[in-house]
Write a protein that binds this ligand. Structure first.
Ligand SMILES: [Zn+2]
Length: 67
C-alpha cells in the first residue's frame, strides 16, 4: 500500500535550483491560509541531476488545476 501524505497529488513542473532546469515531479496541494499552494512531495529526485527536489520551486501544475 502506498503511503499518501495528502489525498490530492498531481504532476507539476518544478524548478530544480541545482541544475536550473525544469523537471516534472509529483506535488500535493496544501491549504495555506486562504489560498491553496502546491508543494513537492518529499523523497523525489531530479530526473536530470538526481538532487533531492524538496527545495525545488513548483512552477505550474501540468494537468488540470487551472480551469
Ligand atoms: Zn536538477
Amino acid at each position: 500500500m502506498r503511503m499518501l501524505i495528502q489525498n490530492e497529488s498531481m504532476e507539476a513542473r518544478v524548478y530544480c535550483p541545482i541544475c536550473t532546469h525544469t523537471v516534472e515531479a509529483e506535488v500535493v496541494s496544501v491549504e495555506s491560509g486562504y489560498r491553496r499552494k502546491l508543494r513537492v512531495i518529499g523523497g523525489q529526485r531530479c530526473q536530470r541531476c538526481t538532487a533531492p527536489l524538496d527545495a525545488a520551486f513548483v512552477l505550474d501544475a501540468v494537468g488540470g488545476l487551472h480551469g
